[in-house]
Design a protein around this ligand. Structure first.
Ligand code: B12
Ligand code: SF4
Length: 604
């Protein structure tokens, strides 16, 4: 009888990539495989499948932030008499944590080791293969996933991998640890022929309007890109979206790379800006790129007719509301297709985890992290954002690329003050001041507001000025109506509001703005900055987003999510047709009047 395997991963709107390829490896070895994707930490479907299907092995893919409930599920599966193998990022970076919950733990690249488990050749315990990242990808088993989860199969967008590896050192990311455990950076590219075959196999059975390449940095290898550009266009011809670093757009060579992207059929690019504050980028995030590179790189992409999604992180160590507003301002100047924003999670084992804990910003062990990108900051923040720390590193004469923050720590000095001490010599170099509890809560709330509104705000003229006013609204007055009132005041002299209201009413099928439902009348301008704004306003109303029982936080949470999805479909991926945003039509915004000193102060 054929052996049976259940692979378990977290449900996400994107197909579980690692699992697709692992299921392909199992299929190639003659195993039958079922895939169970867990929603909202409900592992019952896993236990049900075990009871009804009696597998020989259960494999869990575990990510940090989902590890606690996943471990409990592993324990239960083993108690049901079925052996467990754990792999995925949490096994790669926290293999010891996983060891007591599994028979086998596969650290790092796992195709070869996974095959050995299936063949009964891998001893129990933790295994790591230093050459694991260079293993060829098997052809994935998409059918098993898409048949079990038809909505993933029906999606017009499918994700594929072109390469694995990244040479950069962003503090919040595991790529540097991945490189370190493998003895340095190496890019593993998949043969172009395999990728073309994978796309063709998808097209045979499933809809495919666009491919999303999930590589950390797509097209890093220029020779590979040249071959890919030709073959993809000739043999697949489906538009694709990919992720790159801004450095790859630099100089003539960068321009040529972008030309190759466009020639291959790249319809859009995602890249990270992360912060509009140079100190945070350089010293805290280890992203050594000046504003000019960011603006110029984004311009080159937009000029080639590709859509652009920027990514940013709010509430990082040494940030404050002004650095976050500077990030908004930078996006406002770039005017990307979409400005995707998250709130920092300080992962242990990354340099960011080290900075957060050494400076007393985070004392947890990541058990309190959720698995989303958008939760309220769990850090303790400092007064004055980067100012005190910038003065300290300036005093040290340390360049950003020396990463001085890694050699420093904070020692509590009473009250909100902490001394900054060189870890090696013990020398005191200056002081920082933590926010008191109330001010910290206020800043965390401000970043949540900005995160929820970022995609919209980044389109509003002088966004940082309005952003500042919105972040200053007292909690007790924070409401959708107040956002509308401040937005109206802000736009009054900057935009032809009467015309916009008429156009929005028309798009909503109403005879005049007087017929707007109350929630739309409170802030029609929100919808004027979005493509297909009228249709979107109607969808939001239909979903009950403005239910009177919902508070502002819930309204903005749901509205932010719907806005993000709407922008993905209509603007970034263009898989849904929609009219241009009202604010973008003919006479865009009216000429911007000069801003008063107080208004212009974004405190960067
Ligand atoms: C694509 C991707 C996503 C996609 C996921 C799409 C999907 N449904 O799969 C999206 C955009 C949704 C995403 C979201 C997030 N991501 Co992400 N993501 C990645 C990325 C770029 C590639 C992962 C991948 O599919 N690789 C290709 C496959 C083939 O490799 P793999 O999954 O690692 O699997 C290999 C091994 O791990 C092993 N393996 C994996 N599973 C199993 C299971 C078994 C049983 C065995 C034996 C082996 C095994 O074998 C595979 C072959 O070598 C990685 C970075 C990277 N380059 O790896 C980050 C990464 C995995 N993401 C990360 C993070 C932090 C997140 C978020 C938590 C971010 C956040 N703060 O909210 C969210 C979580 C969302 C969620 N799951 O709820 C971290 C994970 C860190 C950690 N310790 O868990 C990574 C490593 C990024 C980084 N460098 O820091 N992500
Ligand atoms: S560029 Fe992306 S993958 Fe590379 S280190 Fe930075 S965040 Fe990680």
């Amino acid at each position: 009888m054929r052996k049976r395997l259940i692979l378990v991963a977290r449900y996400y709107s994107i197909e579980p990539l690692g699992i697709l390829y692992l299921a392909g490896a199992a299929r190639d070895l003659g195993w039958d495989c079922k895939i169970v994707l867990v929603r909202e930490f409900d592992f019952e479907p896993v236990y049900d499948a075990i009871r009804s299907w009696q597998p020989d092995l259960v494999g869990f893919q575990i990510w940090t932030g989902y590890h606690i409930p996943a471990f409990a599920a592993c324990d239960r599966v083993r108690a049901m008499g079925v052996p467990v193998v754990i792999g995925g990022p949490h096994a790669t970076y926290f293999d010891k944590d996983c060891a007591t919950h599994a028979d086998w733990v596969v650290k790092g690249g796992g195709f070869g080791l996974f095959r050995k488990v299936l063949l009964g050749l891998l001893p129990a315990g933790m295994s790591f293969d230093i050459n694991g990242r260079e293993e060829a990808f098997p052809l994935p088993d998409r059918d098993t996933v898409y048949e079990a989860y038809p909505e993933l199969g029906a999606s017009p967008i499918k994700s594929i991998f072109g390469s694995v590896g990244c040479p950069f050192t962003c503090t919040y990311c595991y790529a540097p640890s991945f490189n370190e455990m493998h003895g340095g950076f190496k890019l593993t590219v998949r043969p172009v022929a395999d990728i073309v075959a994978e796309a063709k196999a998808i097209m045979k059975r499933w809809p495919l309007k666009m491919v999303y390449f999930q590589d950390d940095i797509f097209g890093y290898d220029r020779r590979w890109l040249e071959e890919f550009a030709q073959k993809w266009k000739d043999e697949v011809g489906v538009p694709f979206h990919c992720q790159i670093r801004l450095e790859l757009t630099r100089n003539d060579i960068g321009s040529k790379r972008l030309d190759l992207f466009a020639q291959a059929g790249c319809s859009g690019i995602t890249l990270a800006i992360e912060s509009g504050n140079a100190f945070l980028r350089d010293y805290v995030l280890f992203r050594h790129m000046p504003d000019e590179l960011i603006v110029e790189g984004c311009r080159k992409i937009l000029d080639r007719g590709m859509t652009l999604r920027t990514e940013q992180i709010l509430a990082v160590p040494f940030s404050d509301v002004f650095t976050d507003l500077a990030t908004l301002d930078l996006n406002n100047r770039i005017n990307p297709t979409m400005a995707w924003t998250s709130i920092l999670a300080p992962y242990a084992g990354t340099n960011m985890g080290k900075i957060a804990s050494n400076f007393g910003f985070y004392g947890g062990n990541n058990d309190d992290l959720s698995e989303t990108f958008f939760d309220r900051s769990i850090l303790r923040h400092v007064e004055g954002g980067p100012l005190d720390m910038a003065a300290i590193v300036q005093g040290m004469g340390a360049g950003a690329k020396e990463h001085p923050l890694l050699g420093l720590k904070a020692v509590a000095a009473g009250g909100q003050r902490a001394e900054i001490v060189a870890s090696e010599t013990g020398e005191t170099l200056g002081s920082i001041y933590y926010l008191d509890r109330e001010s910290n809560e206020k800043y965390c709330e401000q970043t949540v507001r900005l995160q929820r509104l970022f995609n919209w705000l980044s389109r509003v003229p002088d966004a940082a000025v309005l952003g500042r006013k919105l972040t200053e609204v007292p909690t007790s007055q924070w409401s959708w109506e107040e956002i509308g009132r401040l937005t109206t005041l802000h736009l009054k002299s900057r935009a032809p509001l009467d015309r916009w209201a008429e156009e929005l009413a028309l798009e909503m099928g109403l005879s005049s703005p007087a017929e707007f439902p109350a929630a739309i009348a409170a802030n029609p301008w929100y919808f004027c900055f979005l493509p297909a704004g009228g249709a979107f306003a109607k969808a939001v109303l239909e979903q009950g987003v403005f239910d009177p029982a919902s508070g502002a936080d819930r309204i903005l949470g749901r509205l932010g999510t719907m806005t993000r999805r709407h922008l993905f479909d209509v603007n970034l991926y263009k898989i849904v047709e929609g009219s241009e945003a009202i604010a973008g039509r003919s006479s865009r915004a009216l000429p911007v009047p000069s801003i008063s000193g107080a208004e212009a102060d974004t405190g960067t």
